[in-house]
Structures are given as C-alpha cells and as structure tokens.
Design a protein around this ligand. Structure first.
Ligand SMILES: Nc1ncnc2c1ncn2[C@@H]1O[C@H](COP(=O)(O)OP(=O)(O)OP(=O)(O)O)[C@@H](O)[C@H]1O
Ligand code: SF4
Ligand SMILES: [Mg+2]
Length: 346
C-alpha cells in the first residue's frame, strides 16, 4: 500500500499538472410548496481525470452536463461536495489563506462572454492591472510596463489602454480577458467556451492567439465547448461529459477515429465531413430527446433512455469509467466496435 502511494504521489508530481479525483458537486434545490421538499442537482457526479503539463484537454457535452461547474470547482469558485483537486501534487482542498491564494493565482479562467466578465466601469488598463495590484506583483512604472507588455502580447494597441470595455468588439474584449488571465503568469487556464459568442471570422483569430500563447508561455489549457468541432483543432485529449459524468476520455485522434461510447458516436455524427465519399459511408446516428434532469438522473447508465444500443443491464448497473484500451477510458457496458469514427483531417 505504502509502495502504491509513493508511486502515486510521484506520478502526480511528475506526470500531471492537475488531477481530479472523485469530484462531486451537488447543488441543493428546494422544491414544492414552501420549498419544503429538498433535492439535489447532481451537476458533477464523481468524475476523475488528469491534465498533463503543456497539453489542452477539451471537455465537451450538451448544455447542463456539468462542464462549467467542473471548471468553477477547479478554479475554487465553488465549494465541492466531495473529491480532490490536486494541482502540482498539492490537494487544493487542504490549503487555505495565503497558500491557497498563491496556488489559485496559477490557475486562471477565460469566460464565454467577455463583456459580462469585464467590469464595465473600469478602463482596459485597470482591468489588466487589477490582478497585478491585488497580488502585489508590481506598482508604478513597473506595473505600467507589465500592463503594456500584456497588451502587446494579445495584440491590443497600447493606445486603447484608457478605453472602456463597451468601446470594443467581442474579439477585442476577449483579448482583454486573455491579457488579464495571463497577468499572473498562470500555468493552467480554464477556457469556458471562450469563442462561442464570437463571430465565426473572429473565432479563428482568438483560437490562433491562444495556440500562440500556449507555446510562448508553456500554458496548459482546459477548453470547454458544447460540441466536438469546437475542440477538434485545439485539443490533445478530449473528455466527453454526459449528465454530470465523464463517459469517455482519450486522445483526440482515438476519439474521432474510434469512439467507444455511443454518446460520443452521436456527437461525432454532428461533425461535418467534407469528403462526400467518406460522408456517405459513415454511420450517422442521431441522439434523440433531451438530456434528462440532473436532479433526477436515470438509473444504471444515465444515457440508457437515449442510447440506441441499450440493453437490460444498462438500466440497472452503472458503468464505471475504465481503461478499455491504452489511454482510452470509457464508461459503457457494451463499448462500440471498430468503424464508428470519422477520419480526422490531420
Ligand atoms: N448555482 C446553481 N444552483 C443550482 N443548480 C445549478 C447551479 N449551477 C449550475 N446548476 C445546474 O447544474 C447543472 C450543470 O450546470 P453547468 O453550468 O455546469 O452546465 P454546462 O455543461 O456548463 O452547461 P452549458 O453548456 O449550458 O454552459 C445544470 O443542470 C445546472 O442547471
Ligand atoms: S452502458 Fe448501455 S446504455 Fe450506456 S452507453 Fe453503453 S450501451 Fe448505451
Ligand atoms: Mg457552461
């Protein structure tokens, strides 16, 4: 046991930047007359994953499956119900005060809607300077230099420093959000649908900027999105979430070429395939119906009411996330055979 634990902690320190173990977030919601009936929304329900330094982990799934809750838990913006969030080998749940504040600064977030995440009454200069001031990183001329350097890095003209967020386009606002997120030289950035509110033409500019910054500053990203097309280019590995659970997690190539979970197959069916000969050959399954409520998830496999391959066992027994193939984890009693993927245009 001791030997195991030693190897485990060595793993955490050398191999993973972040490790999430058994993470749960149940929100209390009271219902009924006089809100007497208590129930829980199982927004995140026992998830495990890791992120390696320098990589991008995509997290995808339908609205309400728990993606943002996962990001907010890692950012310590929400209190977890259970589980561990281990960052650089340190369980964040065991830190408090100044130690936690310092560790937290190494994790930053970029939000979907840069407008609502930027204080409308603050000028760009002050928005970017705020974390540097709060953490006593710089003041006076040095602060000014650092803010202007951050503006250069994200491609914002220094002459914009005195302007307010409403004077900018969506793409430029996202650049302000990125500059602010970079200010404290974080190691991990959680990007919660950072481009989905932007025009398609602007999306690739911001994604290219993020890719450039990742190389330049050796950043690690968790990139949250609804569907697979949005994470296809940026991700190294991808986690698919369904109703508070991770149902599949593996490298991008394996996920696209050979998905093992029926829900992933459904998500892939929504990915456009440019080559018509390939398109006609592929299985296109449409997942019907809406995702059930996380307040009252289905028994057994949570996907069973919508799964075209569901069998009796699926209604009773919850499938665990297991390493079905090397580096390829899936939670399904009857993983798919070969031939359900789409070839990834490399
Ligand atoms: N503060 C809260 N109180 C109660 N329920 C919440 C709260 N925050 C989130 N939820 C619920 O938890 C579930 C997961 O929400 P979450 O925002 O994490 O989903 P998401 O995958 O990010 O969805 P989207 O793609 O729409 O952003 C949803 O059912 C949501 O309604
Ligand atoms: S466990 Fe059963 S219901 Fe769930 S995804 Fe697999 S085949 Fe479908
Ligand atoms: Mg969300």
């Amino acid at each position: 046991m001791e030997q195991l634990m030693k190897e485990d902690s060595k793993n955490v320190q050398t191999e993973y930047l972040l490790e999430v173990r058994g993470l749960k977030k149940y929100f209390d919601v009271s219902e009924g007359l006089f809100k007497k009936r208590k129930s829980f929304v199982r927004a995140v329900d026992n998830i495990d994953f890791f992120v390696k330094p320098g990589e991008t982990l995509g997290i995808v799934g339908e609205s309400g499956c728990g993606k943002s809750t996962t990001g907010n838990l890692i950012m310590q913006l929400l209190d977890k119900t259970e589980g561990e969030i281990i960052f650089e080998g340190v369980d964040l749940g065991k830190l408090s005060g100044e130690k936690l504040r310092r560790k937290r600064a190494e994790i930053q977030m970029i939000f979907q809607d840069p407008f609502s995440s930027l204080n409308p009454r603050m000028r760009v200069f002050d928005i970017i300077a705020e974390p540097l001031k709060t953490h006593h990183v710089a003041k006076g001329k040095e602060l000014e230099n650092q803010v202007y350097e951050l503006m250069d890095v994200v491609g914002l003209d220094r002459s914009y420093a005195r302007r307010y967020p409403h004077e900018f386009s969506g793409g430029q606002r996202q650049r302000i959000g990125i500059a602010r997120a970079l200010a404290l030289k974080p190691k991990l950035i959680i990007c919660d649908e950072p481009v989905s509110a932007l025009d398609v033409s602007i999306q690739s500019q911001i994604l290219n900027l993020m890719a450039k910054l990742q190389k330049e500053f050796n950043l690690t990203y968790i990139f949250i999105a609804h569907g697979l097309p949005a994470v296809k280019h940026i991700s190294d590995r991808i986690a698919v979430m369904y109703l508070g659970k991770i149902v599949e997690i593996t490298t991008k190539e394996k996920l696209f070429d050979q998905p093992l979970h029926p829900y992933t197959e459904g998500l892939l069916s929504a990915v456009p395939i440019p080559d018509p000969t390939l398109r006609d050959k592929k299985n296109r399954i449409i997942i019907e119906g809406d995702m059930p409520s996380p307040a009252n998830p289905p028994s057994g496999c949570r996907f069973h009411p919508r799964c075209p391959y569901a069998q009796e066992r699926c209604k009773i027994e919850e499938p665990k996330l297991v390493e079905e193939q090397q580096d390829h984890f899936v939670a399904c009693h009857f993983p798919l055979e070969e031939g359900h993927g789409i070839l990834l245009d490399k």
